[in-house]
Design a protein around this ligand. Structure first.
Ligand SMILES: *[C@@H]1O[C@H](CO)[C@@H](O)[C@H](O)[C@H]1NC(C)=O
Ligand SMILES: *[C@@H]1O[C@H](CO)[C@@H](O)[C@H](O)[C@H]1NC(C)=O
Ligand SMILES: *[C@@H]1O[C@H](CO)[C@@H](O)[C@H](O)[C@H]1NC(C)=O
Ligand SMILES: *[C@@H]1O[C@H](CO)[C@@H](O)[C@H](O)[C@H]1NC(C)=O
Length: 163
């Protein structure tokens, strides 16, 4: 009966994907006009590791203020959790890394193991959706992202022709 870590893992990946696609579509406009002029710099992974751990420390401090018996109830820490994922995103961009990225994802999984490993399926209210729903929820942002890429490629080709 060890399905819960898997459920949490799925949830975290889901959140990352949904959040990323929302952010992508929201910022599509400005990144589209800014990207060609912004200087390209490589992702500084050692710095990212450090920054993300700072986000994690803040999250741990906030979780300390929440009673232990509420640690499995998402309603009680959703805003803290949201701030934490936002923090990883802001820091990733600050050090010129894509977000989400494998380093951030594995750190988030570590955080989940630390805080939510004891949550049983009964306690966890934000349960695993049925597999079909999950597939749809995962595929929609993936397709949106692909569509955005296709659009960018198409637009740049088009401006080549027009130029
Ligand atoms: C996108 O950019 C155009 C022109 O730069 C601007 O008129 C429009 O308001 C922007 N849309 C959003 C959603 O920011
Ligand atoms: C990455 O960040 C670290 C810590 O801030 C810094 O010491 C290092 O020079 C940076 N590396 C690159 C390639 O910018
Ligand atoms: C989670 O917390 C909310 C708000 O306090 C409460 O209404 C809900 O019943 C809790 N759920 C569980 C499973 O404890
Ligand atoms: C989970 O349970 C173990 C054993 O009961 C305990 O040592 C550990 O501190 C608990 N972890 C959390 C995050 O509650």
């Amino acid at each position: 009966m060890d399905t819960n870590p898997l459920a949490l893992l799925k949830l975290s990946l889901l959140w990352i994907l949904v959040d990323a696609s929302v952010m992508n579509s929201l910022s599509a406009n400005d990144s589209f006009s800014l990207e060609p002029t912004a200087p390209w710099r490589p992702c500084n992974e050692s710095r990212l590791q450090w920054e993300v751990e700072v986000c994690g420390e803040d999250f741990k401090k906030e979780m300390d203020h929440i009673k232990l018996q509420y640690w499995c109830n998402l309603t009680h820490f959703i805003s803290e959790y949201y701030r934490f994922t936002q923090c990883t995103e802001v820091k990733s961009k600050m050090v010129h890394c894509y977000w989400p990225n494998p380093l951030v994802e594995s750190y988030i999984i570590r955080i989940h193991k630390h805080f939510f490993s004891n949550c049983t399926n009964r306690q966890v209210v934000y349960v695993d959706p049925p597999d079909k729903t999950l597939t749809v929820l995962i595929l929609v942002p993936v397709f949106l992202t692909l569509a955005m890429i296709a659009l960018v490629v198409w637009c740049s080709k088009r401006s080549d022709i027009l130029a």
